[in-house]
Design a protein around this ligand. Structure first.
Ligand code: MRU
Length: 344
């Protein structure tokens, strides 16, 4: 696939962890260095680095740089770092998935444990890139003759270390020479990942890109502009219920109403078979200021009113047409399909 115009995360040969600071986009492409576990925790919490798969990669490197200089009581130190980083955001399971992989290496121990921890973090990174290419290929098969694609939040290259999940099929289509695609990016209130990030990377990739506010999705669908929906996921429960950015379930309900296919694209590291259904998925609640003040010159709601700010919602599996993973496309019933793909 085409080389990407930015690198979301990088560990240099001399062990410096750099991330593209996504809080600055689309205005500024700034890279920042993270030196401590606290730096990594805040970068994840404040969404400087975000998107489920990318959070996993950043956490794996963050774990490594945080434990590489621990000599006394190494394993206890590793456990502390693991639990600390894991507390930064609750919904994306890729965070604990990556940290648990790192912990398994730490627990195996041995004289070269730090070398193997670095190798594990690099493996998580490499696998993330190749999984996005595979999801792109599988998802491209679903585009067919469709031209209007709606996406919510940012599940693109900026949310992974490769070509994204929901947007990977679009990159695959562009690579295949498709010039007829129109990509519609929901603005994605309140943090505008669609307007700031998806629109940024899609326009940079040369896609015909349109931003709409979240409340315009029904209009766009009713007007015949949308042929299919691709979204990412932060956690997929055993029955296929899927947590993703707040507003995703509303898009799924609209898609069902208008008879438009609604596809979730996510790597198997986002599947959490330990949770029977979506009601068990922890939903992050964020600060009220994100709704009332952020992005505005003046506060946009009266002082003193209560604010609801869940960062994610759960789309019931019945609204999902298919789940695209790096191992292939799963159609309902999802329980059997997800189990099979994890076992296989
Ligand atoms: O709060 P964010 O920006 O981390 O939320 C991101 C999403 O909801 C993405 O759709 C999801 O993590 C999948 S990213 C490939």
């Amino acid at each position: 696939m085409r080389p990407l115009p930015f690198e979301t995360v990088r560990l240099s040969d001399d062990g410096r962890l750099c991330i593209l600071d996504q809080r600055m986009l689309p205005g500024r492409e700034e890279y920042i260095e993270l030196q401590t576990a606290e730096d990594v925790w805040h970068a994840i919490k404040d969404l400087a680095v975000r998107g489920a798969p990318l959070i996993g990669v950043a956490a794996a490197y963050g774990f490594y740089i945080s434990v590489k200089d621990i000599d006394d009581d190494f394993l206890a130190g590793c456990r502390k770092v693991r639990d600390y980083l894991d507390s930064s955001r609750p919904t994306a399971v890729n965070l604990s998935w990556a940290l648990d992989r790192m912990m398994r290496v730490a627990e195996a121990g041995g004289p070269d444990v730090k070398v193997r921890l670095l190798a594990e973090a690099r493996a998580i990174h490499r696998e993330d890139i190749s999984m996005t290419e595979l999801m792109g290929r599988h998802g491209y098969g679903l585009i067919g003759p469709s031209t209007g694609i709606l996406t919510h939040c940012n599940a693109g290259a900026l949310a992974t270390s490769g070509y994204g999940t929901a947007l990977a099929p679009v990159y695959a289509a562009l690579d295949a020479g498709r010039t007829d695609l129109r990509v519609y990016c929901d603005e994605t209130r309140p943090l505008l990942q669609g307007a700031r990030l998806s629109a940024f990377e899609m326009a940079k990739a040369g896609a015909d890109t349109t931003v709409l506010t979240d409340s315009m999705a029904s209009y766009a669908m009713a007007s015949g502009l949308i042929d299919l929906v691709f979204v990412g996921a932060d956690r997929i429960a055993a029955n296929g219920d899927t947590a993703n950015k707040i507003g995703t379930s509303g898009v799924a309900i609209l898609a069902k109403h208008y008879g438009i296919p609604f596809y979730v694209v996510a790597p198997t590291s986002t599947v959490d078979l330990s949770l029977p259904s979506g009601k068990d998925i922890p939903i992050e609640q964020r600060l009220p200021e994100e709704v009332t003040e952020k992005w505005y010159r003046e506060r946009m709601a009266p002082e003193g009113v209560k604010v609801l700010n869940p960062a994610f919602d759960v789309t019931p599996s019945g609204l999902i047409s298919a789940i695209v993973t790096e191992k292939g496309v799963i159609r309902p019933p999802f329980r059997e399909g997800l189990q099979g793909i994890i076992d296989g």
